[in-house]
Design a protein around this ligand. Structure first.
Ligand code: ADP
Length: 369
C-alpha cells in the first residue's frame, strides 16, 4: 500500500487528532502524519523534511487567511495544499485559496474519513500530473531552443564554406566560360545552380526552426489585412500567371501578424504556382463552425495524388522536380508549424489534374471591447 507523508497544520489539537484517527483507518493508503499548530513551525518543518501533501487550517495563531497562503508558497513548491475551513460559511475564502494555488478544501464540520483520504490522494495525483505536464512543456521549450540553436549553428557553419565555394565557382565562370569546352561550361553552371539551391535550403531550414519563436506576441489579427499583404507580396507571380483571386470576408483571428502573412502567402503562392495550362483561379473562403474558423484556399491547378496528401506537410517533401516547379518543399511545413502552434489543424483535399483545396482551422476568439 502507498505511504503518504502528510503535514497537518492545525491549532486545534482536537481537530488534528480527529483527522489522524480517521486516516489511521484508511484502507487506501498508509498515512505518516506530522502535526504542527503554528505557521512558523510548519515553515521549519518544510525546510527539513519532504511531504506528499499538506492539510492546513486557514486561521492559525501566528498567521491567517490568504496572505498566509501567499507566504507559504515559497516553502511548499510542488506540494499540494488542502485547506481546512471551520464551517461552510468560509466557502468564499476557501474558493479564493483555490484560485491562489490550493488543491482542494475540506469543511471540518461533519467531515468523513473517505472525503479526507480521497481529497489527499486526488490532490497528490493532480499535482503529479501538473508537474509532469510542466516538465514536458519545459522539455519542449528546450528542444525548440535546441532546434533553433542547432539550425543557427548549422546554417552559419555551412554557409561560410558555401560562400567560398560559390565565390570561386563564379570566378571560374566569369574568367573561363567559353575558354574550355562546352562540357566544362555546363559543369560550372550546374555547380552554381547547386550552390544556390543549397543556400536556399539552409535559409529555409533556419526559417522553419524559427517559426513560433519570434518576439512578437499573439494578438487579434485582421485576416483581410493579412490577405492584402500576402497578395501584395505575390503581385509579380499573379501578374505573370494571369491568376484570378477572390475571397470571402475574412475574420479576425488570434496569431502573429508576420506568421499569418506567411501562412496565407504560402498557400496562395502554391495555388498560383502549381498550375498547368489554365490560368490559376483561386478562392479563399471562410466559415465559422462552432468555436473555430475554417479558412479554405482552393485552386483549379494540377492537384495531386491523394496518397501524398499527408506527406506534403513534411519539411522538404516535394512531389515535383525543381525543373518542373521550383521550390524547396518547406512552405507547407512552415504553414503546419504555424497553424499547429496556434492549436489549429491543416489538411488538403485534392484530385489529380483537377485542383486542390487546403483547409486550416483556428479557434474563434471572442471579440473583446
Ligand atoms: P514547395 O512549393 O517549395 O515545393 P511546399 O511545402 O509549399 O513546398 O509544397 C510541398 C509540395 O506539395 C509541392 O512540391 C507540391 O508538390 C505540393 N503542392 C503544394 N501546394 C500545391 C497545390 N496548390 N497544388 C498541387 N500541389 C501542391
Amino acid at each position: 500500500m502507498q505511504t503518504i507523508k502528510l503535514l497537518i497544520i492545525e491549532d486545534s489539537s482536537a481537530d488534528a487528532d480527529l483527522i489522524r484517527d480517521f486516516l489511521k483507518e484508511s484502507s487506501s493508503a498508509i498515512f505518516s502524519i506530522t502535526h504542527v499548530s503554528r505557521f512558523n513551525e510548519a515553515v521549519e518543518m518544510l525546510q527539513k523534511d519532504f511531504f506528499d501533501a499538506i492539510l492546513m487550517d486557514m486561521t492559525l495563531p501566528d498567521a491567517q487567511g490568504l496572505s498566509m497562503m501567499e507566504r507559504f508558497k515559497e516553502y511548499t513548491y510542488g506540494v499540494p495544499i488542502i485547506i481546512l475551513t471551520g464551517t461552510f460559511d468560509d466557502n468564499a475564502l476557501a474558493i479564493e485559496a483555490l484560485h491562489r494555488g490550493a488543491s482542494d478544501y475540506l469543511v471540518k464540520e461533519g467531515i468523513e474519513e473517505r472525503a479526507i483520504s480521497r481529497s489527499i490522494r486526488y490532490a497528490i495525483e493532480r499535482k503529479k500530473g501538473e508537474v509532469e505536464l510542466q516538465r514536458a512543456m519545459d522539455e519542449l521549450a528546450r528542444s525548440n531552443t535546441d532546434l533553433e540553436q542547432f539550425a543557427s549553428m548549422v546554417s552559419h557553419d555551412l554557409k561560410a564554406p558555401l560562400r567560398n565555394i560559390g565565390g570561386f565557382v563564379r570566378l571560374l565562370q566569369r574568367d573561363y566560360q567559353g575558354k574550355m569546352d562546352k562540357t566544362a561550361d555546363e559543369y560550372i553552371s550546374y555547380t552554381v545552380e547547386g550552390i544556390d539551391k543549397l543556400n536556399n535550403l539552409i535559409d529555409d531550414l533556419l526559417h522553419y526552426a524559427r517559426v513560433g519563436r519570434s518576439e512578437e506576441s499573439m494578438a487579434p489579427i485582421h485576416c483581410e489585412v493579412v490577405f492584402n499583404e500576402a497578395v501584395g507580396n505575390l503581385k509579380a507571380a499573379i501578374h505573370e500567371t494571369g491568376a484570378t483571386i477572390t475571397h470571402d470576408l475574412l475574420p479576425t483571428l488570434m496569431g502573429r501578424q508576420s506568421e499569418m502573412v506567411q501562412l496565407f502567402q504560402n498557400l496562395i503562392g502554391n495555388a498560383i504556382k502549381y498550375y498547368d495550362k489554365k490560368p490559376p483561379v483561386v478562392h479563399i473562403a471562410s466559415e465559422q463552425t462552432g468555436k473555430e474558423w475554417r479558412i479554405t484556399v482552393s485552386d483549379n491547378g494540377i492537384g495531386m495524388d491523394p496518397k501524398y496528401i499527408d506527406q506534403i506537410f513534411l519539411p522538404f517533401k516535394r512531389l515535383h522536380t525543381y525543373q518542373a516547379y521550383p521550390g524547396t518543399g518547406i512552405g507547407l511545413a512552415i504553414c503546419r508549424k504555424i497553424v499547429e502552434g496556434y492549436g489549429g489543424r491543416i489538411w488538403v483535399e485534392s484530385v489529380l489534374g483537377q485542383g486542390s483545396t487546403f483547409y486550416f482551422t483556428l479557434s474563434a476568439q471572442e471579440q473583446k471591447g
